[in-house]
Design a protein around this ligand. Sequence first.
Ligand SMILES: Cc1cc2nc3c(=O)[nH]c(=O)nc-3n(C[C@H](O)[C@H](O)[C@H](O)COP(=O)(O)OP(=O)(O)OC[C@H]3O[C@@H](n4cnc5c(N)ncnc54)[C@H](O)[C@@H]3O)c2cc1C
Length: 409
Amino acid sequence: MTDSPIHIPKPSREAGLARLKDFTVHMGHDYAHKRNFDYGPAVDLERDNWRDNVSRLSPYLRHRLVTDRELLEAAIAAHGPEAADKFVSEMLWRSYFRGWLEQRPEVWSAYIEECEAATAKLKVAGGLRKAIEQAEQGETGIDGFDHWARELVSTGYLHNHARMWFASIWIFTLKLPWALGADFFLRHLIDGDAASNTLSWRWVAGLHTKGKTYLATSDNIEKFTDGRFKPSGLANEAVALAEDRNFKLRPFKVPATPSKAAKYALLVHEEDCHPESLNLPDAPSLIIAVAAPESKSDGGVGDAVCDFSLRAVEDAANRASMHFGCETVFWDQGTRLKSLLSEAGLDRLLSPWLPVGPLKDAIGGEVRDADVKWLMRDYDMAIWPLATKGFFPVKKKAPDALRAIGLKL
Ligand SMILES: Cc1cc2nc3c(=O)[nH]c(=O)nc-3n(C[C@H](O)[C@H](O)[C@H](O)COP(=O)(O)OP(=O)(O)OC[C@H]3O[C@@H](n4cnc5c(N)ncnc54)[C@H](O)[C@@H]3O)c2cc1C
């Protein structure tokens, strides 16, 4: 592990926009040719040139401090659709995963059940418990893997390729339960997201695209880490994991657009931290802010993850208060949401959509109880319904769907 200072992103829209501005120049050919290289976490704070071959915008996107739309617009405006195609594609993977999970919510509940079952097993299976501890603490003796385990915990980030290698080694070389690996990521990734994380782990394991796995190889790792790592003893085959259930597609039903009405409160949560660009019927009278990052896992969510989410929501609530000229109250979950509303003399609540995942599990019941009206973004409504099968049909249909909402692809 490097001795250089560790780069932790600042949880504000301003910092996200600054990173977007710096990275826009790299979103074309540079990104297409260099994105697969993981040069490691060494930081040159003077030049802030840390890993400019990838955007490092995922914590901002995941919390919607900057929006998918803003990134796509920047990429196309700077490079044109052809040169920006690779970047656009990767952005679409995120939306595809979100839409796919939204339409198969049982995949998320099955993951939670699998985590619980595997965690229960750890209590009685000492060997497995030790193996998990060694893997999480970076003490397996596998070159690269041990580094990534520690890098993840200390920085809250891993390069995409490192995530793939790590997951593959976890599942096929170490033969550990995939759900506990996904849980380890969710506890420590600042961009940790139910859809991208669960479905990427399932993809590596051969559960997402049935039977198609991802095998990490020593040569590939050596090449794309620029020779930093060359592990030996990796599994030389990756036999797909099997599961005895099929998950039903539940086509996404777009909620009705909230009508213009008297006063209402707007919920600001960690899944959408850009309230200024929501399609609101009128200005809200009150902002109710909430974050529950600890709900991502029962195993103890990392401080950097909690800190980023809490401060991202604070940043969003402060901006919303200024923008709409109203007060903010923070909803801590010891209080009933309905009580907060009635104390403020309000009986109407609007909220950006709560996607399938831990925040919805933690607060969804109370929010629905308060008779919420949901706000959807055009971008999600354009892409999510396309995510019924694999990624490539989405990629094919996305340009038309996005042009229909005014994005010039
Ligand atoms: C096992 C595994 C777990 C993952 N868990 C998460 C997660 O919890 N949250 C998360 O946001 N991403 C996850 N990813 C996807 C991807 O690794 C990260 O989005 C990406 O590395 C973030 O770094 P970046 O912003 O520099 O990416 P860039 O390469 O700059 O890409 C720009 C944006 O496109 C999106 N994107 C890029 N690649 C992917 C991809 N393969 N899948 C989905 N979206 C992508 C991200 O929003 C990213 O910020 C996971 C991938 C794997 C293999």
